[in-house]
Design a protein around this ligand. Structure first.
Ligand code: SAH
Ligand code: SF4
Ligand code: F3S
Length: 459
């Protein structure tokens, strides 16, 4: 069901907290772990915090409200968030009125939710990722009823529209188009913590894009765990072409795509809107072995995967491709791993994000018994990244001497000279000197190429 913050108690609680906080000069800080979806959620958390009258602070020190937006994808991400939380114990001693909230994917895992309740007494509230619109209510309960408050297991699969948002950038914006995941890849925690797929209505998405473009936003990234499973009154390729048809000077990106839903229609739309849709595609491979792909429940084969790569390159010449790979999935033999290396050699991705398999409680793969030793996993990742570095380096060499359009994100002064950083349409990071202009497009001639970035001067 689509709900609006005005129909929920969100707006009511925002104004209640606002009255309580009024004139007290209270500060908030949000810490974000995890993927772009979490980055986008944190913009909504900031939006609610500021609507409640809290002032932004660049650090957690001295704040009255700290919210940690967590990620559960790998054990490492969880350890980082928990050790971060430890620091707030002392803060809470200094300021007993401090409110600490833990939200996001970790707060939706039963064993973590229990642990936070039991062992982290200075955590005032928690909320699973799809219930963030209830943060104002949680804060009200903690502040005025002096009760710790926890939201767990209450996600009914709704979509909430109209949340206030404070965006990080003014030249780039995230637009969530769908939430959740139905794929249940056997290693992955996301379907358990983010719930089932739900898509926003196309009119709401188009309206948000229209507003962003008229506010001068140059790059819109459509977000979802599987954007190409988007389905409302229209499907994802249709949504893309309607956004591309909007008036203005802007570029559309999207992530993430699942190979199983990467249809010919989607590839065709990319080919026919090259002026508006970025020539970039993130297509997660995970493994190049059909046996492992099947155990991962990925529902495609390496052959089908490679045929999508070919079609993308044919439809959008010069397209930049990236992928995710997991090494050391249970049962992965040396032969399976070499199959992965082989697919990477054939596909020649511009960029590969390699991950060591991390067991997630409650997923199907956690019960698989043929685990791969840690030393083997790290050795495989090192080999994979080393091989890929050479491929990435040679994929970037043809850029030498070419002039690329770059959207400028930031600059840094080095020895009195401004060095700008931005991204080319392909998404490649570009560092350059010359006549840069923050948050605008500039043309840069590439004079040096590395495996990860390009270096040049404006023309
Ligand atoms: N919905 C996205 C992925 C989200 S997670 C998609 O399907 O592409 C981002 C990446 O993290 C995944 O592509 C996968 O490579 C990696 N990942 C997910 N679960 C993992 C696990 N248990 N251990 C290691 N890496 C994992
Ligand atoms: Fe996880 Fe697979 Fe869903 Fe991606 S598609 S979020 S890897 S279950
Ligand atoms: Fe992490 Fe949740 Fe994103 S588990 S990767 S923050 S969907």
């Amino acid at each position: 069901m689509v709900l609006h913050t005005d129909d929920l108690s969100t707006t009511e609680y925002i104004s209640r907290v606002r009255k309580a906080v009024h004139g007290l000069g209270m500060y908030y800080h949000v810490i974000t772990f995890g993927c772009q979806q979490n980055e986008a959620d944190s913009e909504r958390i900031r939006g609610m915090a500021e609507s409640m009258g809290y002032l932004p602070s660049p650090t957690h020190e001295g704040c009255d409200l700290i919210i940690v937006n967590t990620c559960a994808i790998r054990e490492h991400a969880e350890m980082k968030a928990l050790s971060f939380l430890g620091a707030f114990k002392a803060e809470k001693k200094k300021n007993p009125n401090l409110i600490v909230g833990v939200v996001g994917c970790m707060a939706a895992e039963p064993h973590v939710a229990d642990k936070l309740k039991r062992d982290f007494h200075y955590v005032s509230f928690t909320s699973e990722p799809n219930m963030l619109h209830r943060i104002p209510e949680l804060i009200w309960t903690v502040m005025c009823e002096r009760k710790r408050s926890f939201i767990f297991g209450e996600d009914r699969g709704d979509i909430v529209e109209g949340m206030p948002t404070v965006r990080r950038d003014r030249h780039k914006a995230w637009v969530s188009i769908m939430y959740g995941c139905n794929n249940f890849c056997s290693y992955c925690i996301v379907p358990y913590v983010r719930g089932r797929e739900r898509s926003r209505e196309s009119q709401a998405v188009l309206e948000e894009c229209r507003e962003l473009i008229s506010a001068g936003v140059k790059e819109i990234t459509l977000l979802g765990q599987n954007v190409n499973s988007y389905h409302s009154d229209i499907d994802f390729p249709e949504l893309l072409s309607r956004i591309a048809a909007l008036q203005g000077d802007f570029l559309i990106r999207f992530m993430t795509s699942h190979p199983k839903d990467t249809s010919d229609k989607l590839i065709e739309v990319m080919g026919s809107h090259k002026d508006k849709i970025a020539p970039y595609f993130h297509l997660p491979l995970q493994s190049g072995s059909n046996r492992i792909l099947s155990r991962m429940n990925r529902t495609y084969t390496r052959e089908r995967f490679l045929s999508i790569v070919e079609k993308l390159r044919a439809a959008v010449p010069g397209i930049s491709l990236s992928t995710d790979v997991i090494v050391g999935f249970p049962g992965e033999s040396e032969g399976d791993f070499e199959d992965t290396l082989e697919v990477l050699r054939i596909a020649r991705f511009d960029m590969v994000y390699g991950f060591i398999y991390s067991q997630r409680e409650g997923t199907r793969a956690a019960a698989f018994e043929d685990k791969v030793a840690d030393s083997v996993k790290s050795e495989r990742l090192t080999r994979l990244l080393k091989m890929q570095d050479e491929i990435s380096l040679s994929a970037n060499t043809p850029y030498l001497g070419r002039v690329l359009r770059v959207l400028v994100d930031s600059f840094e002064e080095r020895d009195g000279i401004k060095v700008y950083t931005g991204r080319a349409d392909t998404g490649k990071p570009v560092h350059f000197t010359g006549d840069g202009q923050l948050y605008e497009y500039v043309n840069v001639r590439i004079e040096k190429t590395g495996a990860f970035d390009l270096i040049g001067t404006t023309v």
